[in-house]
Design a binder for this molecule. Structure first.
Ligand SMILES: [Zn+2]
Length: 75
């Protein structure tokens, strides 16, 4: 458990293995603003979300310098 997770405030984590990295943005009343857009909780970059995690994994690999083995997300 990390104590420094302020970036997750205001987000609802997506389902699956990428839930630690991406979330849906919440409105002030706590409802999901759009299920078609997810946000990287590290740098707040927005992505179109079409059930596939492929583009999200690419983002982690490229923008986050491949700190994690991609097999963690896919396998
Ligand atoms: Zn990111």
């Amino acid at each position: 458990m990390k104590s420094n997770d302020d970036s997750r405030a205001g987000h609802k984590a997506i389902l699956g293995r990428l839930s630690d990295y991406f979330g849906f943005k919440l409105s002030e009343n706590g409802s999901v603003l759009s299920v078609e857009n997810v946000y990287c909780m590290t740098n707040q970059k927005a992505f179109a979300y079409h059930r596939s995690n492929t583009s999200l994994i690419h983002h982690l690999q490229r923008a986050h310098d491949s700190k994690s083995d991609p097999c963690v997300f896919i396998c």
